[in-house]
Design a protein around this ligand. Structure first.
Ligand SMILES: Nc1nc2c(ncn2[C@@H]2O[C@H](COP(=O)(O)OP(=O)(O)OP(=O)(O)O)[C@@H](O)[C@H]2O)c(=O)[nH]1
Ligand SMILES: [Mg+2]
Length: 301
């Protein structure tokens, strides 16, 4: 596993120099009428853009892995009362951190516990079961659950194994914030006969928070769903703002690709992509670009 800051700077610097090259090519193309532009230049422009995009993607992926390793992921347990959210939190953390009882509506506050799976910190948050309640304190707990959900990287929706989806659960699913990955976890499989478990595929996993059955699979699934890949590609311990800068550069290049047939717009998006990366590598101005052009082509000598 490599996590050297120097490797990160070098990777970003490489992308910046590729960008400078592409910008020079594009600036040169801008000076000629369209009919005089050689197809070899068009080909170079396209391949250089692709190279920059794939280089940046690699850097971004490695930086995201580093960020997961450092920051971890926020996971919120939701579901109807009594499905076993607190029991699951206790099982995952190996401690009795939350009260468990067969009285629906036991948990009111959000209870947070940090666990590690393969070294990745997961902040697991147990919440009040979602339902229509007349109890003032439970209602406050449910409102708190809704607030907590907004910050989640992953939502674990607990359901009882082999029970058809209830109207209340459909309501819960519909009310979850969109854009956050969800995993349906079917709990209490210890209450079923082996052949009763219809092992659900893909987005679903079956466990028992009582016996621990299915928990290893759940852990793997959680790693997978937050985007942790077994880091053969390496990782960078980039700062959060560096991650944002890389993402900004990535979207600028995407916009550039969309306006590739409009040279002025294309050049401008490239400039903005580079501007974003400058916040990592240091300032690079229009004068620097000119300097680069002069030094390479010896214009004006
Ligand atoms: N057999 C069996 N019972 C379970 C399992 N998980 C939880 N239970 C039981 O189900 C009941 C409710 O469990 P809790 O963990 O308190 O459920 P909860 O979802 O946190 O409930 P609220 O806090 O009320 O929303 C308790 O009696 C638990 O012992 C399981 O996997 N198997
Ligand atoms: Mg609970």
């Amino acid at each position: 596993m490599r996590s050297l800051q120097g490797d990160f700077s070098a990777a970003v610097q490489n992308t910046v120099s590729d960008l400078v090259n592409l910008r020079m090519l594009v600036e040169a193309m801008l000076d000629f009428p369209e009919e005089d532009i050689e197809s070899v230049d068009v080909w170079r422009r396209n391949t250089q853009l692709q190279k920059i995009q794939s280089g940046l993607k690699k850097t971004l992926d490695a930086a995201k892995q580093g960020s997961l390793l450092r920051e971890g992921a926020y996971v919120v347990l939701v579901g109807q009362p009594n499905v076993g959210k607190s029991s699951l939190l206790n099982y995952l953390s190996g401690e009795q951190v939350a009260l468990v009882s067969d009285v629906p509506g036991t948990t009111r506050d959000v209870i947070c516990k940090e666990i590690h799976i393969e070294g990745i910190p997961f902040h697991i948050m147990d919440t009040a079961g979602l339902r229509d309640s007349e109890d003032e304190i439970e209602k406050m707990g449910i409102a708190l659950t809704r607030q907590t959900l907004k910050k989640a990287d992953l939502i674990l929706l607990l359901r009882e194994a082999n029970q058809p989806i209830s109207l209340e659960e459909s309501g819960i699913i519909a009310s979850l914030p969109s854009g956050i990955p969800q995993l349906h976890v079917f709990n209490k499989i210890d209450l079923l006969q082996k052949n009763e478990i219809n092992q659900e595929v893909d987005k679903e996993v079956a466990v028992s928070a009582k016996t621990g059955e299915g928990i290893p699979e759940l852990r793997q699934k959680m790693l997978q769903m937050i985007g942790w890949s077994n880091i053969e590609s390496g990782l960078f311990m980039a700062r959060e703002r560096h991650l944002l800068a890389l993402q900004e550069a990535e979207s600028r290049l995407f916009l550039a690709e969309n306006v590739i047939d409009h040279p002025e717009f294309f050049a401008e998006e490239l400039r903005l992509a580079q501007y974003a990366l400058n916040s990592i590598t240091g300032e690079f101005t229009a004068d620097d670009l000119l300097g680069e052009i002069f030094s390479r082509f010896c214009i004006g000598k």
